[in-house]
Write a protein that binds this ligand. Structure first.
Ligand code: ZN
Ligand code: ZN
Length: 268
C-alpha cells in the first residue's frame, strides 16, 4: 500500500468514526432541491436538481458524489466534492467533460484520463474542492459521433474537418449545466482549474463568480509533447512550456488530433 493509499484509508476511517460532520454540509440540499424550479440557465434554459449525495472513497482521496437530474438532456451529471464547499469562496473547481474512450479505456487519442486523475488528486490534496463531471461526450457530439469522427481522422481529416463533415461545429459543449450545478451547491465563488480563458468566460457569462484561475498542469507524455506545444502556440491557452511540462485542458482543443499523432503515422 502506498503512502497515498494509507492517507486515503486514514481519512475514510476518520470520517466513519466521526459525527458524519463532512456530510452535514450537503445532505439537506437534496430536500431543498426537491421542489426546485427556475427560469433555467443558458440558451436551452437548463435546470438541474440535486437528487442524491453519497460518500465516495476513491484511490485519489475521499469525496462525496452528488447526483444531478436535469430537465433537458436526460443525462445524469455528477459533482465530486472534497471537503466543505457550500457557502465558500474561492473553491478550487475542475470542470471535466465525459470521455469514455479516454477516461475509461485509456485512449491515447486524447489525455482526458490524465486530466481527470490529476484533477481529482490535486483537489483531494487541498482543503476543499470539486470536480464537475459533465456527460457531454466528444466535445458535445456524443460517443457514436465521436467514433465516426475518429474514423474520418483515421482517413486523414483533422478534428475540425471531421466534426464539420458530420454536421457539427468544432465544439458543441455547453457549460450552462455546470453553472447551474455550482449554483445548486451554493458555492459563492470558484477558482477554476483550467488553462482555457474561454471556459472562464463561459462560466462568467452564466453568472458564476470565477474569482481566480489555477493552472492545470500535467507532466509531459513523450508521445505528444511536441504536438501539444504546437497547439499551445496556435491557441489562446494560458500556458508555458518548461521542459517536460504540458498544459492540455480536456477538450479545449482538438485533442483527438493528438491521438493520431501520438499513436504514430496515420494510415494513408
Ligand atoms: Zn433551476
Ligand atoms: Zn478524451
Amino acid at each position: 500500500m502506498t503512502e497515498r493509499d494509507e492517507q486515503v484509508r486514514a481519512d475514510v476511517n476518520a470520517e466513519r468514526s466521526g459525527p458524519e460532520a463532512g456530510e452535514l454540509g450537503l445532505d439537506d440540499l437534496v430536500a431543498h432541491n426537491r421542489e426546485h424550479e427556475c427560469d433555467g440557465f443558458g440558451r436551452s434554459k437548463v435546470c438541474v436538481r440535486i437528487i442524491g449525495v453519497a460518500r465516495l472513497p476513491t484511490r485519489f482521496g475521499l469525496f462525496r458524489i452528488v447526483g444531478f437530474w436535469n430537465n433537458r438532456d436526460g443525462k445524469e451529471h455528477v459533482a465530486m466534492i472534497h471537503g466543505d464547499v457550500r457557502g465558500k469562496e474561492h473553491v478550487p473547481t475542475r470542470v471535466h467533460s465525459e470521455c469514455l474512450t479516454g477516461d475509461v479505456m485509456g485512449s491515447y487519442r486524447c489525455d482526458c484520463r490524465d486530466q481527470l486523475e490529476q484533477g481529482l488528486q490535486k483537489l483531494s490534496s487541498l482543503e476543499c474542492g470539486m470536480l464537475l463531471y459533465l456527460r457531454q461526450e466528444g466535445r458535445g457530439i456524443g460517443l457514436l459521433n465521436k467514433i465516426r469522427a475518429y474514423a474520418l481522422q483515421d482517413r486523414g481529416l483533422d478534428t475540425v474537418e471531421a466534426n464539420l463533415a458530420l454536421g457539427f461545429r468544432d465544439d458543441e459543449r455547453d457549460y450552462s449545466i455546470a453553472a447551474h450545478m455550482i449554483a445548486s451547491l451554493e458555492v459563492k465563488s470558484i477558482d477554476l482549474m483550467t488553462n482555457n480563458p474561454d471556459k472562464v468566460n463561459q462560466l462568467k457569462a452564466h453568472g458564476i463568480n470565477v474569482a481566480g484561475r489555477i493552472p492545470h498542469q500535467i507532466p509531459a507524455n513523450p508521445h505528444n509533447q511536441a504536438y501539444l506545444e504546437t497547439k499551445a502556440n496556435r491557441s489562446g491557452h494560458l500556458m508555458n512550456f518548461p521542459p517536460q511540462t504540458r498544459l492540455p485542458d480536456q477538450g479545449d482543443e482538438p485533442l483527438a488530433e493528438s491521438a493520431g499523432d501520438a499513436a504514430g503515422p496515420r494510415p494513408a
